[in-house]
Write a new protein. Structure first.
Length: 342
């Protein structure tokens, strides 16, 4: 069976400055092994993608080294409106962090947030890391500035319900959930230890249930938040960074959900292809598709992982639904565990 090439609109490729965790070669190899033919990468790099120069250099490196299409968010430096204006002409979308997470500790005042928002092109999406109370701030921004706001990695019942209510009121809001928040709970976090540490944190079963309740309505996309860190970094007792890889497990997890009757195949394609392309306005890829065995069973991972970090919170999980082959612009780039892209 064929489905379109998937777009993951929330990944961390770690270029520049974190290439020991992931680089464009390893990250896009992991993408193809997971059925993703296009990525939209986050700006919380070292240095962050907050100047046109760094953004351009990084985009160029992705073009040279990547095995699939890679786009980049711009980051916002509120003290340099000129740079933000220039980035607004280059990047497909802006990313703002309202809560503390890896490499980000921003404290925007409401006034600064409004200034940033009004400098950004009116039609381009502002994606926001917002949890709990910050979700109200993000929704207020969409309402007061009438800008398209996308809320990243929604994880809790109260949060998805608040977003649902705001969308019903007609606000220009979209949102995504990650496979780890759909398939894991705090109980898994206890079992996984440092490997189960990410932002937002894994939640309760009632939160997971609420996300599945909204899978055919409020939720616009599935994005992996692929956030690789080395095992050595994760196991550091003092400063274990939050984040888990997700590119290679997302499709097979969602196919497993299809087999369990929790979601329809057409909806999977909307959440992982159609909607992210529409939201971010990215160009379609001609002659591009993924071949799957929709009901084949295996234990994850079927082949050695391609992500440089080399681990997954889903190791040893039974899956149903596997990827066979990926064709990008008419060329077979991945087939049965082997990369054939160049
Ligand atoms: C992400 C990372 O490692 O860059 N970590 C995470 O826990 N999700 C940052 C983020 O997306 O918040
Ligand atoms: Zn985040
Ligand atoms: Zn992220
Ligand atoms: Zn399409």
């Amino acid at each position: 069976m064929r489905i379109p090439g998937l777009l993951d609109a929330h990944v961390h490729m770690r270029v520049p400055g974190g290439e020991h965790k992931e680089d464009f070669r390893s990250g896009t190899a992991a993408a193809l092994a997971g059925g993703f033919t296009a990525l939209l990468a986050m700006p919380n790099t070292l240095p962050p993608l907050t100047t046109p120069d760094i953004w351009r250099q990084t985009q160029l490196r992705a073009r040279r080294q990547g095995l699939c299409d890679v786009y980049h968010f711009a980051g916002a430096d509120a003290d340099h409106p000129d740079q933000l204006l220039a980035l607004g002409r280059l990047a497909p979308a802006l990313k703002l962090y309202l809560d503390e997470t890896y490499n980000q500790a921003p404290r925007y005042t409401d006034a600064v947030l409004r200034r940033i928002t009004l400098l950004w092109p009116r039609h381009k999406v502002i994606a926001i890391h917002a949890e709990g109370e910050s979700i109200s701030t993000a929704i207020r921004l969409a309402a007061e500035c009438s800008r398209p706001v996308h809320i990243c990695h929604v994880s809790r019942k109260e949060d998805i319900e608040r977003i649902s209510a705001a969308k019903k009121n007609g606000l220009p809001l979209t949102c995504e959930v990650t496979p780890h928040h759909l398939f894991l709970t705090q109980a898994d976090a206890a079992r996984l230890g440092a490997l189960g540490n990410m932002r937002p944190r894994l939640a309760d079963q009632r939160d997971v249930d609420a996300l599945w309740t909204h899978i055919n309505s409020t939720i616009d996309c599935i994005a992996t938040d692929h956030a690789p860190h080395t095992l050595q970094e994760k196991n550091d007792p003092d400063k274990s960074p939050p984040g888990v890889p997700g590119l290679e497990s997302a499709l097979t997890l969602m196919l497993t959900a299809v087999n369990q009757g929790r979601i329809k195949m057409e909806r999977l394609v909307e959440l992982m292809h159609t909607n992210p392309y529409r939201i971010y306005g990215l160009p379609a890829q001609p002659d591009t598709w993924v071949e799957i065995d929709p009901t084949a069973r295996f234990t994850f991972p079927e082949y050695p992982l391609r992500t440089k970090c080399g681990w997954s919170p889903f190791s040893q999980m039974p899956m149903q639904g596997r990827l066979r082959k990926v064709v990008l612009r008419g060329k077979t780039v991945y087939a049965d565990g082997k990369l054939t892209a160049s």
